[in-house]
Design a protein around this ligand. Structure first.
Ligand code: PAF
Length: 293
């Protein structure tokens, strides 16, 4: 496995790859969710490249950039074990040298949900992902469904700016109690970790009601809030029942696929999760099919 931290070496390495290149962009602190993306990339391409970069432009001033978990030696061991060919580990100065001034705004799809809670977040994500695409030139780039709005933003950017690549989405990986795997889960103490399973229970509750025939977004929203209220440590930031194709909030009953998503504060940590309804769409191709393009 080659570990590269500069652009000339990366370009030279890229030029030597024949065939399909699968790229998995990450911010490190890798867990089984990331490794499932790497495994999909491994199975579907001739070579796999992982990027590890904690991107400062997607963190607001009040967010956890300095405290974000970092453990490069452990990440590299994990990637070696799963057979990655190249790891790109740029520094902030390499990605944003003095005088840097170009950013990408994906306008509508960045606005609601996490975009409303974290102003500027998706501008930072779109910018760094565009730079990583230009540097690594993937055949396919892999992202997790857990960050469904991020996937929608990146797909829109790829369409709008004509990036010659495919976006693949892999299902959310979960702990045995249903908690979505996330690098931020390490912030939770034992009591908070136990409480965090309420997010999945709330999504399941909405899924059960939907499976029984309910299509009114207000009823689904209420069911989620009812479950969240059973956990005193859970402080919901938002609960959204949106049209999964447009991410527009639904106000009327609908048979179109729905993206049920929520962010919940547990202590100082904000945990994010989502589920597509109908439930069959939470597979390897479901969100890609819904978002199209
Ligand atoms: O999902 C993430 O880890 C990040 O948002 C990404 C896509 C690597 C961009 O920094």
């Amino acid at each position: 496995m080659q570990v590269i931290d500069n652009i000339p070496a990366l370009r030279q390495m890229r030029a030597q790859i024949n065939g399909r290149l699968g790229v998995v962009p990450t911010m490190g602190a890798l867990h089984a969710g990331h490794l499932s993306l790497v495994e999909a990339a491994r199975a579907e391409n001739d070579a796999v490249l992982v990027t590890i970069f904690v991107n400062p432009t997607q963190f607001a001033a009040n967010e956890d950039l300095a405290a974000y978990p970092r453990d490069l030696p452990r990440d590299l061991d994990l990637l070696r074990e799963v057979g990655v060919d190249i790891v790109f580990t740029p520094t902030p100065d390499l990605m944003y040298p003095p005088g840097y001034q170009t950013y990408i705004d994906v306008e509508q799809v960045s606005q609601g949900l996490e975009g409303a809670r974290r102003p500027g977040h998706f501008r930072g994500v779109a910018t760094v992902v565009a730079k990583l695409f230009n540097l690594t030139q993937p055949t396919v780039a892999y992202f997790g469904q857990k960050d469904a709005q991020q996937v929608a933003v990146i797909r829109q950017m790829v369409r709008d700016l004509n990036f010659p690549l495919e976006i693949a989405v892999c299902p959310t990986m979960r702990e045995p109690d249903g908690l979505a795997m996330s690098s931020r889960n390490v912030y939770l103490n034992a009591e908070q970790r136990r409480a965090a399973s309420v997010l999945y229970r709330a999504l399941q509750n909405a899924g059960d009601i939907y499976a029984a025939g309910e299509r009114d977004p207000e009823v689904l929203r209420r069911a989620i809030f009812d479950t969240l209220r059973t956990e005193p440590l859970a402080a919901p930031d938002y609960v959204s029942i949106a049209d999964a194709r447009t991410l527009q909030e639904l106000t009327q009953p609908s048979d179109a696929p729905m993206l049920v998503s929520l962010t919940v504060g547990i202590g100082k940590t904000h945990l994010l999760d989502n589920f597509i309804l109908p439930a069959e769409l939470n597979d390897r191709v479901g969100l890609s099919r819904v978002l199209g393009g």
